[in-house]
Design a protein around this ligand. Structure first.
Ligand code: 13P
Length: 251
Protein backbone atom coordinates (compact mmCIF):
# COMPACT_ATOMS: atom_id res chain seq x y z
CA UNK A 1 0.00 0.00 0.00
CA UNK A 2 1.55 3.27 -1.11
CA UNK A 3 1.43 5.87 1.62
CA UNK A 4 1.97 9.45 0.54
CA UNK A 5 4.83 11.01 2.47
CA UNK A 6 3.73 13.76 4.83
CA UNK A 7 6.14 16.41 6.12
CA UNK A 8 4.82 18.82 8.74
CA UNK A 9 6.55 21.68 10.51
CA UNK A 10 5.81 22.18 14.18
CA UNK A 11 6.70 25.80 14.84
CA UNK A 12 6.07 25.39 18.59
CA UNK A 13 6.18 28.73 20.48
CA UNK A 14 7.99 30.63 17.74
CA UNK A 15 7.31 33.32 15.13
CA UNK A 16 5.02 36.33 15.13
CA UNK A 17 2.13 36.63 12.69
CA UNK A 18 4.33 38.61 10.30
CA UNK A 19 7.22 36.16 10.61
CA UNK A 20 4.98 33.13 10.13
CA UNK A 21 3.28 34.69 7.12
CA UNK A 22 6.63 35.49 5.54
CA UNK A 23 7.91 31.97 6.22
CA UNK A 24 4.92 30.29 4.60
CA UNK A 25 5.14 32.61 1.60
CA UNK A 26 8.81 31.77 1.23
CA UNK A 27 8.03 28.08 1.50
CA UNK A 28 5.25 28.37 -1.08
CA UNK A 29 7.71 29.96 -3.48
CA UNK A 30 10.30 27.25 -2.81
CA UNK A 31 7.71 24.55 -3.51
CA UNK A 32 6.56 26.32 -6.68
CA UNK A 33 10.17 26.31 -7.89
CA UNK A 34 10.71 22.71 -6.83
CA UNK A 35 7.37 20.85 -6.62
CA UNK A 36 7.05 17.87 -4.31
CA UNK A 37 4.87 14.79 -4.31
CA UNK A 38 4.76 14.91 -0.50
CA UNK A 39 1.93 16.35 1.55
CA UNK A 40 3.21 19.45 3.38
CA UNK A 41 1.87 21.34 6.39
CA UNK A 42 2.98 23.94 8.89
CA UNK A 43 1.65 24.29 12.43
CA UNK A 44 1.99 27.87 13.69
CA UNK A 45 0.98 29.25 17.07
CA UNK A 46 -2.81 29.47 17.19
CA UNK A 47 -2.76 33.27 17.00
CA UNK A 48 -1.00 33.15 13.62
CA UNK A 49 -3.00 30.26 12.23
CA UNK A 50 -5.54 32.31 10.32
CA UNK A 51 -3.01 34.67 8.77
CA UNK A 52 -0.71 31.79 7.82
CA UNK A 53 -3.64 29.86 6.33
CA UNK A 54 -4.60 32.92 4.26
CA UNK A 55 -1.00 33.33 3.11
CA UNK A 56 -0.79 29.64 2.18
CA UNK A 57 -3.92 29.77 -0.02
CA UNK A 58 -3.24 28.64 -3.55
CA UNK A 59 -0.11 26.76 -2.43
CA UNK A 60 0.10 23.04 -1.59
CA UNK A 61 0.85 23.89 2.06
CA UNK A 62 -1.76 22.93 4.63
CA UNK A 63 -1.99 24.47 8.07
CA UNK A 64 -2.42 22.80 11.43
CA UNK A 65 -2.85 23.71 15.08
CA UNK A 66 -0.54 22.50 17.84
CA UNK A 67 -3.31 21.50 20.23
CA UNK A 68 -7.06 21.78 20.86
CA UNK A 69 -9.34 21.38 23.81
CA UNK A 70 -11.90 18.57 23.72
CA UNK A 71 -14.91 20.69 24.58
CA UNK A 72 -16.75 22.49 21.83
CA UNK A 73 -17.56 25.67 23.76
CA UNK A 74 -18.38 27.00 27.20
CA UNK A 75 -16.66 28.12 30.37
CA UNK A 76 -13.14 26.88 29.58
CA UNK A 77 -11.02 30.00 29.92
CA UNK A 78 -7.99 30.07 27.68
CA UNK A 79 -8.90 27.05 25.56
CA UNK A 80 -9.50 26.67 21.82
CA UNK A 81 -11.88 24.17 20.27
CA UNK A 82 -11.53 22.01 17.19
CA UNK A 83 -14.26 23.94 15.38
CA UNK A 84 -12.59 27.30 16.09
CA UNK A 85 -9.27 26.00 14.83
CA UNK A 86 -10.96 24.66 11.72
CA UNK A 87 -12.80 27.93 11.23
CA UNK A 88 -9.45 29.73 11.40
CA UNK A 89 -8.18 27.64 8.48
CA UNK A 90 -6.63 24.54 10.03
CA UNK A 91 -6.79 21.15 8.34
CA UNK A 92 -4.59 19.34 10.85
CA UNK A 93 -3.99 19.30 14.58
CA UNK A 94 -1.03 17.95 16.55
CA UNK A 95 -2.16 16.03 19.63
CA UNK A 96 -0.21 14.76 22.63
CA UNK A 97 3.15 16.25 21.74
CA UNK A 98 5.74 15.21 24.32
CA UNK A 99 6.22 18.83 25.37
CA UNK A 100 2.54 18.95 26.27
CA UNK A 101 2.86 15.67 28.13
CA UNK A 102 6.02 16.88 29.91
CA UNK A 103 5.04 20.46 30.79
CA UNK A 104 1.26 20.64 30.66
CA UNK A 105 0.01 17.41 32.18
CA UNK A 106 -1.17 15.78 28.96
CA UNK A 107 -2.01 12.10 29.36
CA UNK A 108 -3.15 9.34 27.03
CA UNK A 109 -6.66 9.89 28.39
CA UNK A 110 -6.71 13.59 27.50
CA UNK A 111 -5.15 12.89 24.10
CA UNK A 112 -8.00 10.44 23.56
CA UNK A 113 -10.59 13.14 24.34
CA UNK A 114 -8.89 15.68 22.09
CA UNK A 115 -8.76 13.09 19.33
CA UNK A 116 -12.51 12.67 19.57
CA UNK A 117 -13.03 16.40 19.15
CA UNK A 118 -10.61 16.59 16.24
CA UNK A 119 -12.28 13.73 14.38
CA UNK A 120 -15.73 15.15 15.02
CA UNK A 121 -14.68 18.48 13.52
CA UNK A 122 -13.02 16.79 10.54
CA UNK A 123 -9.49 17.82 11.42
CA UNK A 124 -6.67 15.43 10.49
CA UNK A 125 -5.11 14.38 13.80
CA UNK A 126 -1.36 13.96 14.20
CA UNK A 127 -1.07 11.91 17.38
CA UNK A 128 2.39 12.06 18.93
CA UNK A 129 3.98 9.22 20.85
CA UNK A 130 7.51 8.61 22.04
CA UNK A 131 9.66 7.27 24.84
CA UNK A 132 12.19 8.98 27.09
CA UNK A 133 15.80 7.89 27.11
CA UNK A 134 15.35 6.23 30.51
CA UNK A 135 12.39 4.25 29.18
CA UNK A 136 14.33 3.09 26.11
CA UNK A 137 17.41 2.19 28.14
CA UNK A 138 15.24 0.45 30.72
CA UNK A 139 13.82 -1.89 28.09
CA UNK A 140 10.37 -0.27 28.23
CA UNK A 141 10.20 1.07 24.68
CA UNK A 142 7.53 -1.31 23.40
CA UNK A 143 5.43 -1.14 26.52
CA UNK A 144 5.46 2.67 26.54
CA UNK A 145 4.57 3.06 22.86
CA UNK A 146 1.93 0.37 22.98
CA UNK A 147 0.27 2.00 26.01
CA UNK A 148 0.35 5.44 24.38
CA UNK A 149 -1.14 4.18 21.11
CA UNK A 150 -3.86 2.08 22.71
CA UNK A 151 -4.70 4.83 25.20
CA UNK A 152 -4.94 7.53 22.55
CA UNK A 153 -7.05 5.45 20.17
CA UNK A 154 -9.29 3.73 22.71
CA UNK A 155 -12.95 3.60 21.72
CA UNK A 156 -12.57 4.62 18.07
CA UNK A 157 -13.30 2.38 15.13
CA UNK A 158 -10.98 1.95 12.17
CA UNK A 159 -13.60 3.75 10.09
CA UNK A 160 -13.36 6.79 12.40
CA UNK A 161 -9.55 6.70 12.33
CA UNK A 162 -9.20 6.71 8.53
CA UNK A 163 -7.39 10.07 8.47
CA UNK A 164 -5.15 9.38 11.49
CA UNK A 165 -1.48 10.29 11.31
CA UNK A 166 0.91 9.10 14.05
CA UNK A 167 4.15 10.91 14.83
CA UNK A 168 6.82 8.84 16.54
CA UNK A 169 9.04 11.31 18.35
CA UNK A 170 11.59 9.83 20.74
CA UNK A 171 11.75 12.41 23.54
CA UNK A 172 15.55 12.14 23.69
CA UNK A 173 15.81 13.21 20.05
CA UNK A 174 13.66 16.33 20.26
CA UNK A 175 15.65 19.54 20.06
CA UNK A 176 18.81 17.72 21.09
CA UNK A 177 20.52 17.33 17.73
CA UNK A 178 20.54 13.59 18.39
CA UNK A 179 18.40 11.61 15.97
CA UNK A 180 17.41 8.00 16.14
CA UNK A 181 19.60 6.00 13.79
CA UNK A 182 17.95 4.99 10.57
CA UNK A 183 17.75 1.43 11.86
CA UNK A 184 16.23 2.52 15.18
CA UNK A 185 13.65 4.61 13.37
CA UNK A 186 12.64 1.82 10.98
CA UNK A 187 12.53 -0.79 13.71
CA UNK A 188 10.43 1.38 15.99
CA UNK A 189 8.09 2.47 13.18
CA UNK A 190 7.52 -1.16 12.24
CA UNK A 191 6.67 -1.87 15.87
CA UNK A 192 4.27 1.09 15.98
CA UNK A 193 2.57 -0.22 12.86
CA UNK A 194 2.24 -3.66 14.44
CA UNK A 195 0.47 -2.12 17.43
CA UNK A 196 -1.75 -0.10 15.08
CA UNK A 197 -2.63 -3.36 13.34
CA UNK A 198 -3.85 -4.77 16.65
CA UNK A 199 -6.08 -1.71 17.08
CA UNK A 200 -7.35 -0.92 13.58
CA UNK A 201 -6.50 -4.04 11.56
CA UNK A 202 -5.68 -3.54 7.88
CA UNK A 203 -5.99 0.24 8.16
CA UNK A 204 -2.57 0.14 9.84
CA UNK A 205 -1.01 -0.24 6.40
CA UNK A 206 -2.52 3.06 5.29
CA UNK A 207 -1.77 5.16 8.39
CA UNK A 208 1.17 7.49 7.92
CA UNK A 209 3.77 7.30 10.70
CA UNK A 210 5.97 10.39 10.80
CA UNK A 211 9.35 10.46 12.48
CA UNK A 212 10.20 13.49 14.61
CA UNK A 213 13.29 14.49 16.55
CA UNK A 214 16.14 16.59 15.16
CA UNK A 215 15.22 15.99 11.52
CA UNK A 216 17.56 18.17 9.47
CA UNK A 217 18.36 18.57 5.77
CA UNK A 218 21.38 16.31 6.11
CA UNK A 219 19.59 13.35 7.73
CA UNK A 220 16.07 13.66 6.32
CA UNK A 221 16.55 11.73 3.12
CA UNK A 222 17.97 8.65 4.76
CA UNK A 223 15.38 8.50 7.55
CA UNK A 224 12.54 9.16 5.11
CA UNK A 225 13.71 6.39 2.80
CA UNK A 226 12.85 3.73 5.36
CA UNK A 227 9.82 1.62 4.42
CA UNK A 228 7.79 2.40 7.55
CA UNK A 229 8.80 6.06 7.85
CA UNK A 230 6.07 7.95 6.03
CA UNK A 231 7.14 11.49 6.70
CA UNK A 232 8.53 13.79 9.32
CA UNK A 233 7.34 16.14 12.03
CA UNK A 234 10.00 18.82 12.07
CA UNK A 235 10.63 21.33 14.84
CA UNK A 236 13.67 23.62 14.68
CA UNK A 237 14.49 23.01 11.03
CA UNK A 238 10.96 23.99 9.95
CA UNK A 239 11.65 27.59 11.02
CA UNK A 240 13.90 28.27 8.03
CA UNK A 241 12.61 28.11 4.46
CA UNK A 242 15.80 26.64 3.03
CA UNK A 243 16.09 23.90 5.66
CA UNK A 244 12.44 22.91 5.58
CA UNK A 245 12.36 22.93 1.77
CA UNK A 246 15.45 20.72 1.72
CA UNK A 247 13.80 18.26 4.12
CA UNK A 248 10.67 18.20 1.92
CA UNK A 249 12.86 17.56 -1.10
CA UNK A 250 14.30 14.58 0.78
CA UNK A 251 10.84 13.05 1.08
P1 13P B 1 13.10 19.22 16.62
O1 13P B 1 13.02 18.93 15.14
O2 13P B 1 13.43 20.65 16.92
O3 13P B 1 13.98 18.25 17.31
O4 13P B 1 11.62 19.01 17.21
C1 13P B 1 10.93 17.85 16.88
C2 13P B 1 9.53 18.00 17.34
O5 13P B 1 9.25 18.03 18.52
C3 13P B 1 8.49 18.16 16.32
O6 13P B 1 7.22 18.08 16.88
Amino acid sequence: MARRKFVAGNWKLNLTIAEGTALVQGLAKALADKPTTAEVAVCPVALALNAVAQAAKGSPIGVGAQNIHWEEKGAFTGELSATLIKDAGATYVILGHSERRQYFGETDATVNKRLGAALKAGLVPIVCIGETLAERQGGKLEQVLSTQIKGALAGFTAEQLKTLVVAYEPVWAIGTGVTATTAQAQETHAFVRSVLRQVVGGLADEIRIQYGGSVKPDNAKEILSQPDVDGALVGGASLKVADFAAIIAGA
